[in-house]
Design a protein around this ligand. Structure first.
Ligand code: COA
Length: 188
């Protein structure tokens, strides 16, 4: 199993593992309908957040397809989790990983999601050996599109009505970056 080197400190944030003590903070954003709007599932109940934290406390494997790492994001100097970045191993054989992000709207518009996603992408490429990192997002999710573009990811696909979101056909973009592209981008 690959060791995941957390916590990570960025200019304004600490990225660390979740603990059961994060329940109130987690539910404060995962329970909001506006946050779940483009996640193709309902907001999480408090009980679902309890279960999710229990799973994470049991340890994070990063070895097999579908293993995931969920990183809690805390502004430096604030003892609270304001969002998360998720890294999922889509194919261990081909070293493909999917990245996603969910933040409390009260902490939006400050660049925290981009800063945390950038640090997580660096961790994925440099420490976890990821070859290609991709994100899938609803085309209407303009905030998330801008995060991908600020990260320098490439828009690779526009899937048309490839999913059903309640009664609405959802269309998605796929954005991606390769390890060598990421390295070259950071070097500039
Ligand atoms: C997607 C999501 C994380 C985007 O949040 P966000 O606040 O727009 O993204 P960031 O935290 O990176 O902030 C970027 C904004 O902060 C601004 N900003 C302000 N101060 C800044 C600073 N010091 N540094 C960087 N950016 C700053 C940027 O200009 C940018 O604004 P813009 O997009 O209007 O140009 C958020 O909307 C969310 O959690 N949504 C719900 C869950 C979801 O849909 N997840 C994605 C599923 S695919």
């Amino acid at each position: 199993m690959t060791e995941v080197p957390l916590p990570v400190r960025t200019e304004r944030l600490v990225l660390r593992r979740f603990t059961p003590d994060d329940l109130d903070d987690l539910h404060a954003y995962q329970g909001l309908p506006e946050v779940a709007r483009f996640l193709y599932r309902p907001p999480l109940t408090r009980e679902q957040c309890v279960q999710s934290l229990a799973r994470r406390a049991a340890g994070t494997a990063w070895a097999e397809d579908d293993d995931d790492l969920v990183v809690a994001v805390c502004p430096i100097g604030e003892e609270r989790v304001v969002g998360e970045v998720v890294l999922k191993l889509a194919s261990a054989r081909a070293r493909q990983a999917e990245i996603g992000w969910v933040f409390h709207p009260a902490y939006g518009g400050r660049g925290y999601a981009t800063e945390a996603a950038s640090a997580t992408a660096s961790l994925a490429f440099a420490d976890l050996g990821v070859h290609r990192l991709f994100a899938r997002l609803d085309v209407l999710n303009t905030g998330s599109v801008r995060v991908c573009e600020r990260l320098g990811m490439r828009r690779e696909a526009h899937l048309v009505e490839n999913d059903l979101d309640g009664g609405r056909w959802g269309s998605e973009y796929v954005y991606a970056a390769l390890a060598r592209e990421w390295k070259a981008g950071r070097a500039q």
